[in-house]
Design a protein around this ligand. Structure first.
Ligand code: NAD
Length: 476
């Protein structure tokens, strides 16, 4: 078992509390490592280190920042197998999915390396003899609080995008899965990015996350996680007048019309709610289907679930365990609730017996639109099915939850596809697909309670900079 430390000012640092806590392998329930129990004092040290580092990193040539970020990308790929194994053990996700996460993490650094010397301001025509232009300036120290479902992927974008435009970072990973992010911080340092540019403080939400969100010396906060904690951190940031990007999950629909190509749709839909055991903010967990094809679709989905391989992440199954006993109980609660409200549950396969946190993949058929299971994030390998009988009803159901992260429209009617894409409340819409590569290049974020602000792609860089207008009088 390994004992980890905070990564502050380019060094491994003991927690000031002198306390550590255990983190577990969800595939076996065994203790995997011990993590430092961060507190407000550790956060102070990290924010101070990031503040000092900003005085140099904030003024690096953009081309040099880009070159250094590209080296991080290469370093991640050189360590692909090691990082994938670590991520799989820490989160329980199948090795193939963990490898994909490592590749996407590398791609974030590659993408933002390329963006560093291309992102800038503009010139603006104004009346009179003026040269008017804008500068896109870094904010300073930016804070990121991230969850346990995709630590390396989310950690990579939480570092690469702000660094590209000259910010420095303090990151608080989730207590359930922090290991790959701590390793990533070391890699950033190893390629020559100065000490203090990236700092990682591990610990519990209330003890390390809350003081980071409320810190008076941060200039931006990005939070990914639950709606309840999102509200708390946004309230703290309101006190310090710090802009916030919130990514709070979803209840994303697949809208399947009668003309849909089910050969293509079924495996993609299944993957969208099984990937990472359904613990994905953008999981396609709410299947809305035209009544005339509902029976066929449900039969095919249930059939697909019977061949799912389940087991420890490192044995590379299709489906690994849930992250923790708490989250497993939550998934089971929602399945029971759905059944008590009249839904029919079709389980795919029986989970292995042992101390890992496994649940069966499941289709909940005939979920009523007024059921909590229709509205609330389950965060497990479970999808609900609800029929509709017209395009108008499909749209009403698609937009019926308070979330609005992702939506997929399955139809052969091109007009219908675009009508739905315009009207559906979601930050990302896929037509006859779900996902397009790793999603690094595409702006990502939600409508409604899915949050605000955008991560990924070029769009994220607007959030990590502030604009300054300069007007120069050029003479009569
Ligand atoms: P959470 O919101 O409690 O944890 C996310 C992060 O916030 C972690 O790093 C945690 O330490 C930190 N945190 C917790 N309390 C905090 C506080 N008071 N101040 C600052 N930071 C704090 O999420 P959870 O309990 O791990 O999961 C609960 C539910 O949240 C899940 O079932 C799922 O529905 C949702 N969730 C969504 C995402 C997503 O990607 N949007 C990720 C994880 C969980």
């Amino acid at each position: 078992m390994d004992r980890y430390h905070h990564f502050i000012a380019g060094r491994w640092v003991d927690p000031v509390s002198g306390e550590w806590f255990d983190t577990f392998d969800p595939s076996t329930g065994a203790v995997l490592a011990s993590l430092p129990r961060g507190s407000a004092v550790d956060i102070d040290h990290a924010v101070d280190a990031a503040g000092v580092a900003f005085t140099t990193w904030g003024f690096y040539d953009a081309v040099e920042r880009g070159r250094l970020l590209m080296r991080v990308s290469q370093r991640i790929l050189e360590n692909l197998e090691r990082l994938a194994y670590l991520e799989s053990t820490d989160t329980g996700k199948p090795l193939t999915q963990a490898r994909a996460d490592v590749t996407i993490a590398a791609r974030y650094f590659e993408f933002y390396a390329g963006a560093a010397d291309k992102f800038g301001g503009s010139t603006i025509p104004v009346p009179g003899t003026f040269l008017d232009y804008t500068l896109r300036e870094p904010l300073g120290v930016v804070a990121n609080i991230i969850p346990w479902n995709y630590p390396l992927q989310i950690g990579a974008r939480a570092i690469a995008a702000p660094l590209a435009v000259g910010n420095t970072v303090v990151l608080k990973p989730a207590e359930e899965a922090s290991l790959s992010v701590l390793e990533l911080a070391q890699m950033v340092r190893d390629v020559g990015i100065p000490e203090g540019v990236v700092n990682v403080v591990a610990g519990l939400g209330d003890e390390a996350g809350a003081p980071l969100a409320a810190h008076p010396k941060i200039q931006h906060l990005t939070f990914t996680g639950s709606l309840a904690v999102g509200r708390k951190v946004a309230r703290s940031a309101a006190d310090t007048i710090v802009p916030v990007t919130l990514e709070l999950g979803g209840k994303s629909p697949h809208v399947v019309f009668a003309t849909a190509d089910l050969e293509r749709a079924v495996p993609i839909i299944v993957r969208s709610f099984l990937q990472n055991a359904g613990q994905t903010c953008s999981a396609g967990s709410r299947i809305l289907v035209e009544a005339s094809i509902k029976r066929t679709l449900v039969e095919r989905l249930v059939d697909a679930l019977t061949s799912v391989r389940i087991g420890p992440g490192t044995s590379d199954p299709d489906l690994g365990p849930i992250i923790s006993p708490k989250q497993k109980a939550r998934v089971e609660h929602y399945v029971e609730l759905a059944q008590s409200r009249g839904a029919r549950a079709y389980a795919g396969i029986t989970p292995p017996i042992g101390s890992g946190y496994y649940v069966s993949p499941m289709i909940l058929d005939a979920v009523e639109p007024d059921s909590p299971v229709f509205h609330e994030e389950i965060f497990g390998p479970v999808a609900s099915v609800t029929p509709f009988s017209s395009e108008a009803e499909a749209l009403t159901l698609a937009n019926a939850t308070e979330y609005g992260l992702v939506a997929a429209i399955w139809t052969q009617d091109v007009g219908q596809a675009h009508r739905m894409a315009r009207r559906v409340h979601a930050g990302q819409v896929f037509i006859n697909s779900y996902g397009a590569g790793g999603g690094v290049e595409m702006p990502f974020g939600g409508y409604g309670h899915s949050g605000y602000g955008r991560e990924k792609g070029w769009e994220a860089l607007y959030h990590y900079t502030q604009v300054k207008n300069v007007a120069v009088y050029t003479g009569p």
